[in-house]
Design a protein around this ligand. Structure first.
Ligand code: 5RP
Length: 228
């Protein structure tokens, strides 16, 4: 599948998911190229159909895009609930275990997700896998002492790589932390790994989202389909 075909599937999933947003709702808006299509569609509905809803975004990037359409964005601490959070994912298996954080937004994404009544992911078909882990697992790490955390990961055989930007500097998250990608190839026991990562001092959060999502909308050449 080339990029144009993949983008068409992402767009179809984004447009389908936008139907979940109704007047008066508070919506969590994820991050990434698939979510960009979602926000484009929501922006169109705001401008052409008068849709009114409030968004809580999982990154400054999504906030900028949404506000560009006149969508009202508020701070997560200014809402008492979020009706539905729609986000992308890097991989998801049949048990709804997934990897997120390819766009370095995993921390805010997880915070918005756990505070949402319903979580929906939008993905193209290439993201649906038998076993997660081929996609490098992002881990958000505090910069102070990060080299030691990386060394600890190396000793555990996690094959860590500090994520760098185009200029060779460490990528910074919206919370100014680093991202370390673990090249594991396959994750057979995600629960055990999640516990190991979150109890490592210096780790803020990891990109394992285990059985958190309620519904996955998959962009498929035959049209968007839902996994429940
Ligand atoms: C960002 C994410 C994204 O949702 C994930 O990387 C999927 O991105 P895309 O829709 O561009 O494939 O987790 O941190």
């Amino acid at each position: 599948m080339d990029k144009a075909q993949q983008d068409a599937l992402k767009k179809a999933a984004g447009i389908e998911a936008a139907k979940l947003i109704e007047n008066g709702m508070i919506a969590g808006l994820g991050t990434g190229s698939t979510v960009r299509f979602l926000v484009d569609e929501l922006g169109r509905r705001v401008q052409e159909e008068g849709l009114q809803f409030t968004g809580v975004t999982t990154s400054r990037r999504t906030q900028e895009q949404a506000e560009g359409y006149g969508i009202k964005i508020v701070d997560i601490d200014d809402v008492d609930h979020i009706d539905v959070c729609i986000d992308g994912a890097d991989e998801v298996d049949a048990n709804f275990n997934g990897i997120k954080g390819g766009g370095a937004a995993l921390l805010w994404e997880k915070i918005v997700a756990v505070n949402s009544d319903k979580i929906v992911w939008i993905v193209d078909q290439s993201k649906v896998v038998d076993v997660i882990g081929k996609f490098p697992l992002p881990v958000e790490v505090i910069p102070f002492g990060a080299a030691h955390v990386i060394e600890r990961f190396e000793k555990r055989g996690y094959k860590p790589v500090l994520r760098l930007d185009a200029e060779g500097k460490p990528v910074r998250t919206d919370e100014n932390n680093y991202v370390v990608d673990l090249h594991l190839e396959r994750i057979d026991n995600p629960q055990e790994l999640a516990l190991d990562l979150i109890t490592t001092v210096g780790v803020v959060e990891h990109g394992l989202f285990l059985n958190m999502v309620d519904e996955v909308i998959v962009g498929d050449p035959d049209g968007p389909r839902k996994m429940f």
